[in-house]
Design a protein around this ligand. Structure first.
Ligand SMILES: *Cc1c(COP(=O)(O)O)cnc(C)c1O
Length: 227
């Protein structure tokens, strides 16, 4: 199947559901992203600020750029003028920097809090208590140019469906806990970003509102060539 066909296939599958497709285009050239765009895709995910910054001016202005990788504070400035959603917020310090850069560009940047749900030691993210501490803090209440719209998580790399289900369900639990404590009346706090090429069906069954799919759309990534 071509990239366009893959996109159309996903669109059909998600039609009428509460779940949106984020096409993860990291490492892929703009020509391939354009193929997905022509298939109707607008939301793309990148995991490096520099790569996103380089690609953005080469693609149509209505592309929605999602940052899904670990973001260092000194790189926020590269993407602040245009980024649609920063999914990988894992500290108050990062939020403060996003707020500062957003202010410079007279905009409010939407963010998700990234949670640690996997067993693997290398995965980034907050636990529920850390997220509560951020949202309760006075420093956070002073930030006027960021808006928290939900949660994001990366599950363990495993085929074990029960295990994956448990991790996805835990993330949904975090979402619900934060929703009821901090955002009960606020409709914008609604996103649960979970599920990738190998596990998106399970994630959708557990309430995902954003699946982040790369290889099932663009094929395998060749890191050696692209970097
Ligand atoms: C690369 C990446 C994805 C997509 O992975 P695939 O297995 O190619 O679908 C999703 N989420 C994050 C955070 C990623 O870094």
């Amino acid at each position: 199947m071509t990239i366009q066909e893959n996109i159309q296939d996903f669109r059909q599958r998600l039609q009428g559901s509460n779940c949106q497709l984020i096409a993860v285009s990291k490492t892929h050239p703009v020509e391939l992203i354009m193929e997905a765009y022509e298939g109707g895709q607008r939301a793309f995910g990148e995991n490096k600020a520099q790569e996103m910054k380089d690609k953005q001016p080469q693609l149509p202005a209505d592309v929605e750029w999602h940052m899904i990788g670990h973001l260092q504070t000194n790189k926020v400035k590269y993407i602040a003028p245009f980024v649609h959603l920063i999914q990988s917020v894992d500290s108050l310090r990062l939020l403060q920097e996003i707020d500062k850069q957003a202010q410079k560009h007279h905009r409010v940047i939407d963010c998700l809090l990234q949670f640690y749900i996997a067993e693997e030691e290398t995965k980034f993210g907050l636990d529920l208590e850390e997220a509560r501490q951020i949202l309760r803090s006075e420093e956070f209440s002073n930030l006027k140019n960021v808006r928290i719209c939900g949660v994001m998580g990366v599950a363990t790399f495993t085929q074990d469906e029960e295990h994956l289900q448990r991790e996805f369900s835990r993330l949904r639990g975090y979402f619900e806990a934060l929703k009821s404590e901090f955002y009960p009346e606020l409709a914008f706090f609604k996103e649960i970003s979970m599920g990738m090429s190998s596990d998106y069906q399970l994630a959708i069954a557990e309430g995902s509102t954003m699946i982040r799919v790369g290889s099932a759309i663009f094929g395998n990534r060749n890191y050696a060539v692209s970097q």
